[in-house]
Design a protein around this ligand. Structure first.
Ligand code: HSE
Length: 426
C-alpha cells in the first residue's frame, strides 16, 4: 500500500482538527482509499497545543528547513494564515518539491500565481479546497462536478461570522454593535473583526471562486466590497415588511458586458433558498448553463469541517499522480481580454428622511426620473423627528452609478436625506 507522509504547519484550530482527522481515520483511509497517510511532522511553537493533541515528540520539527528537507514528508499542510511566514513556508515547501495543501484564502487570493509557478516548476501539487467555504466542497464541485457547464452566476453566503451577526440582528432586533460584542464573547467573531465584518474574507474567497468558475483571473482588486458594519436594525426590520431578509452576499456573474464580482449586504426575498441559511452556516447557489441551479450548504469554518476539506485535498493528492493546476492563465492581474463590470445592475432599497410637506415627493421623483430610476414600491412612515417622515423605496433594476448620483443629488437638497442604500436581489 502506498504510504504518504504529511507535515502540518500550525496546530491551531484547523491544524488541530486536521491532525485529529488524519490520526483517527488512518485505518479507515487504508481500507477505503488504499493509502496509508501518516503525520510525519508538525511545526508548532506552542508546546501546549502539541501536548494537547498527543503528537509524539519525534514528529515535532524545530523549523521549516527541517520539515521541507524530511524525505518522509510528501505533503505540507499550511494552516498558519496571513501572508507573512505562511507565504515563505509554502514557497519553501513547493521549492523543495512538496505538494502543499492550504486553507489560507488571503495567501491564495493574493499570491496563487506565484505559488502555482513554484509548484509547476518543481512538479508539486497545490490544493486549496479549505480556503473557501470551509467544509463545503465548492472548489472540487466546480472543478470536477460542474466542469461540463459554463457557470453563469454564483451567489453565496461565504462568511459565517457576518451571517451569524445578521441572523441575530434579524431574530432579536438587536444592534450591530451589541451582536458583534456578544459574538466576540462567544468566540464567533475575532477580537479584531475587520476581515470578516468589512467583507475582506468573503472578497478573498469570491476572487478565488470566480476565477475558477469563470476560467479567468478575477483579482481581489476587481472585487467590489462593502461590509456589514454600517447595517442598521431599522433597515433589517423595514426590509422584512417588503418580504426581504438581509445577507452578506458574494455575487459573481458573467454578463454581456463582462464579469461582475461583488460582496455587499443584500436584501433577498425570504423565499429564496439562501434566505434560510442562518447563524454561522454558509451556502453557495450556482447556476450552470446545463445543470441549471445547484446549491451547496454547510459549515464554512471550524476545526473538523475545515479539516475535512484539508484531508480531502490530502487524499486527492495522495491518490492522483498528475497534479491539477488552474484552468486559466494564473497571473498577478486580470487578463487583458477579460472585461469587468464596475457599474453593475441591481435593484435597490433606499431609506430617506424627508420633510413632511407638500412637493417633497414630487422633487424626489424628479431626481429619480432624471437618472432613469423607476420605483417598484414605496412606503411612507412617521419619523421620530417632528415635521419629518421616513420614506422607504424599492427600485426596479438600475445601475449602481445612477443610484450614487441620485443619492448625491437628493442629499444636496434641503428637504430630504438618504440614510441607507442596500442592494436587492430581485
Ligand atoms: N472567518 C471566516 C468566517 C472563516 O467567519 O466564515 C474562515 O474564512
Amino acid at each position: 500500500m502506498k504510504k504518504v507522509g504529511v507535515a502540518i504547519l500550525g496546530l491551531g484550530i484547523v491544524g488541530g482538527g486536521t491532525y485529529k482527522i488524519l490520526t483517527e481515520h488512518r485505518e479507515f483511509y487504508k481500507r477505503t482509499q488504499d493509502v496509508d497517510i501518516v503525520v510525519e511532522s508538525v511545526l508548532e511553537l506552542n508546546p501546549e497545543r502539541v501536548k494537547a493533541l498527543g503528537v509524539p515528540e519525534s514528529a515535532v520539527a524545530g523549523n521549516i528547513a527541517e520539515v521541507v528537507s524530511n524525505p518522509d514528508v510528501n505533503i505540507v499542510v499550511e494552516v498558519i494564515g496571513g501572508i507573512g511566514i505562511a507565504r515563505e513556508f509554502v514557497l519553501a515547501a513547493l521549492n523543495a518539491g512538496k505538494t502543499v495543501v492550504t486553507s489560507n484564502k488571503e495567501l491564495f487570493c493574493k499570491y496563487s500565481h506565484e505559488l502555482e509557478r513554484a509548484a509547476k516548476r518543481h512538479n508539486a501539487g497545490l490544493y486549496f479546497e479549505a480556503s473557501c467555504v470551509g467544509g463545503v466542497p465548492i472548489i472540487r464541485t466546480l472543478l470536477d462536478g460542474l466542469q461540463a457547464n459554463n457557470i453563469t452566476s454564483m451567489m453565496g453566503i461565504i462568511n459565517g461570522t457576518t451571517n451569524y451577526i445578521l441572523t441575530k440582528m434579524s431574530e432579536e432586533g438587536a444592534s450591530y454593535a451589541d451582536v458583534l460584542h456578544d459574538a466576540q464573547k462567544l468566540g464567533y467573531a475575532e477580537a479584531d473583526p475587520t476581515a470578516d465584518v468589512e467583507g475582506f474574507d468573503a472578497a478573498y474567497k469570491l476572487s478565488i471562486l470566480s476565477s475558477i468558475a469563470f476560467h479567468t483571473k478575477v483579482p481581489f482588486s476587481k472585487v467590489f466590497r462593502e461590509g456589514i458594519s454600517g447595517v442598521s436594525r431599522e433597515d433589517i426590520a423595514y426590509g422584512k415588511e417588503f418580504g426581504y431578509c438581509l445577507k452578506l452576499l458574494a455575487i459573481g456573474k458573467q454578463t454581456e458586458n463582462g464579469i461582475e464580482a461583488r460582496v455587499h449586504p443584500t436584501f433577498i426575498k425570504k423565499e429564496h433558498p439562501l434566505a434560510s441559511v442562518n447563524d454561522s452556516f454558509n451556502a453557495v447557489y450556482l447556476t450552470g448553463d446545463a445543470v441549471d441551479d445547484v446549491m451547496l450548504y454547510g459549515r464554512g469554518a471550524g476545526a473538523l469541517p475545515t479539516g475535512s476539506a484539508i484531508v480531502s485535498d490530502i487524499i486527492y493528492a495522495a491518490t492522483h499522480s498528475e497534479n491539477k493546476y488552474s484552468t486559466f492563465k494564473n497571473t498577478a492581474s486580470a487578463d487583458k481580454e477579460t472585461d469587468f463590470v464596475n457599474n453593475f445592475e441591481s435593484a435597490y432599497y433606499l431609506r430617506l428622511t424627508i420633510e413632511d410637506k407638500s412637493g417633497v415627493l414630487a422633487k424626489i421623483s424628479s431626481v429619480f426620473a432624471k437618472y432613469n430610476i423607476s420605483i417598484v414600491e414605496m412606503i411612507q412612515k412617521p419619523s421620530a423627528h417632528a415635521d419629518k417622515a421616513t420614506l422607504l423605496l424599492i427600485t426596479h433594476k438600475t445601475r449602481e452609478l445612477s443610484v450614487k448620483n441620485a443619492v448625491a443629488k437628493i442629499d444636496a437638497t434641503e428637504i430630504a436625506k438618504v440614510d441607507s442604500v442596500l442592494r436587492v436581489v430581485s
